[in-house]
Design a protein around this ligand. Sequence first.
Ligand code: SF4
Length: 334
Amino acid sequence: MDNIQVSVENLVVEYKTEHGNVQAVNGVNIQVKKGKTLGIVGETGAGKTTTALAVLRLIPNPPGIVKSGKIIVDGEDISGKSEFEMNKIRGGIVSMIFQDPMTSLNPVLTVGDQIAESIGIHQGLSRKEAMKKAEEMLEMVGIPGYRSGEYPHQFSGGMKQRVGIAIALSCNPQLLIADEPTTALDVTIQAQVLQLMKSLRDQYGTSMIMITHDLGIVAEVCDDVAIMYGGRIIEQGTLEDIFKKTKHPYTEGLFNSLPNLANRTEKLKPIRGLMPDPARLPSGCVFHPRCLYAQEICQSRVPQRTDFSDTHMVCCLAYEEGTNIEVKGGGRIV
Ligand code: SF4
């Protein structure tokens, strides 16, 4: 366990809605190794962002409530910490990069002030020292330090996201959570930002959770992968486990819905149907209405985890005793 930076155990998060309580995250277990990147992959509504916000204890209450679960950071359970202690942890030990750099920065503060504010809070430096460090952080993410006196609207989308990365990394966090950090950026800028995050992670040995729906990004930056569906982790493994030994029909569907570069005439095969409404999750296996291999038993029996190795697990009845379901699996390189 020495190499585990963050461990989330049996996390259950509910939201109160007018239709009753909705389970957005249901029994999630994940581990992030020191200096490694865990990709949490799934469609919108799978529970990825809720899981990340729970790690930072940022679930808005009401309407959200963490029903159970432990969050262990570097061997210490932070689930019961006071809000005062959590404010020191957020931005200090655990940092987050948000999806939209346009809205995550404060428009009325200079970027230098915003980076310095985070440094001042967590490192107790004087304003002058914090501003000097802020300029160094800007240089580190490829923005000239003299631009620290400019406001967010004076920067392009890609540069704003670099500022977001500078803020997130300014206090040398042990864990960086990146929530779809390149979705709002042009494709060419996406590659630059990903490259920057990778090199900074390697330079500082920061552990990372990368939340994404893009398997190309996973292939590029992740060491381990957790596939989420309907608030649960339905397959988890190393990059190689997930890409070369795919087991779950949903993971298989995600790969099949990507263009096949080796066979450009092959038609895309999107997964039929939509992610279910968390207020009306299907019975049995939550994926059964969309699964190509579903049998009657899938409508009533909830799949349990099946372990294939120390690193690779899946929740699908096809791998459980007493069922007679054949799935293809396989995997491929993107
Ligand atoms: Fe498909 Fe059944 Fe496996 Fe669910 S349990 S993924 S419905 S085969």
